[in-house]
Design a protein around this ligand. Structure first.
Ligand SMILES: [Zn+2]
Ligand SMILES: [Zn+2]
Length: 207
């Protein structure tokens, strides 16, 4: 069998992989990919910034996001972050085409980590009453809060009870709703940040 010769670069089919009459590097396909992709990563918690959200690195989500920025006649595709290559399966002939999309990791600090290091917090959960119940509730609350998008700034024994300082107050409202816990809520204006009013909310729970 005689060799095929790529009409574009002159490579022979004995030297390179061929798709129809072209070598795989010259095979004419309509694919548009981003030149590169910049991904912000937090140096403290290693979360990455995707779709306006900070979340743990997830290869599948990153792939979906990058492929979403590619256009062309492909039926499926995936991004391989290790090789920094997007692999496309073309419509019609199922040819496999690869395109390099360099991934630039930009080291930064996410909002939560910067707030945490700055001693910022929006909510105080005050647990008061029976010491055994206070201990039990604080353990349960800390566990539930650790699964939400916030952080615990500090824990403090106070007035015979316990205060939990929490980064985000909306998350606390949400959790109280989920648990059906009765709380006495007080809101205090504590200052301004770039013109925005800053409130601190106290959630008093009697046990
Ligand atoms: Zn070629
Ligand atoms: Zn972080």
């Amino acid at each position: 069998m005689s060799d095929l010769v790529c009409p574009k670069c002159g490579k022979k089919s004995s030297e390179a992989e061929f798709i129809e009459s072209f070598c795989s590097g010259c095979y004419p396909v309509k694919i548009k990919t981003p030149d590169r992709f910049e991904l912000e990563q937090c140096t403290r918690c290693s979360k990455v910034h995707l779709r306006g959200d900070w979340a743990p690195y997830n290869a599948r989500k990153l792939s979906d996001y990058i492929i979403g920025k590619c256009k062309g006649d492909f039926s499926s595709a995936g991004y391989d972050a290790d090789r920094q290559v997007a692999v496309f399966i073309m419509m019609g002939n199922n040819a496999k085409i690869e395109r390099l999309i360099p991934l630039d990791l930009k080291k930064t600090i996410c909002l939560q980590c910067s707030r945490m290091s700055g001693g910022y917090f929006e909510a105080i959960i005050q647990l008061r009453g029976d010491p055994i119940k206070v201990l039990g509730h604080s353990g349960m609350l800390l566990k539930r809060l650790s699964k939400k998008k916030t952080f615990i700034a500090k824990e403090e024994e106070k007035d015979g009870g316990l205060d939990l300082y929490v980064g985000n107050s909306k998350v606390v409202v949400e959790l109280m709703g989920e648990l059906g816990l009765k709380t006495l809520i007080t809101k205090k204006l504590v200052g301004r940040d770039q013109g925005k009013r800053l409130y601190r909310t106290t959630f008093l729970i009697r046990l």
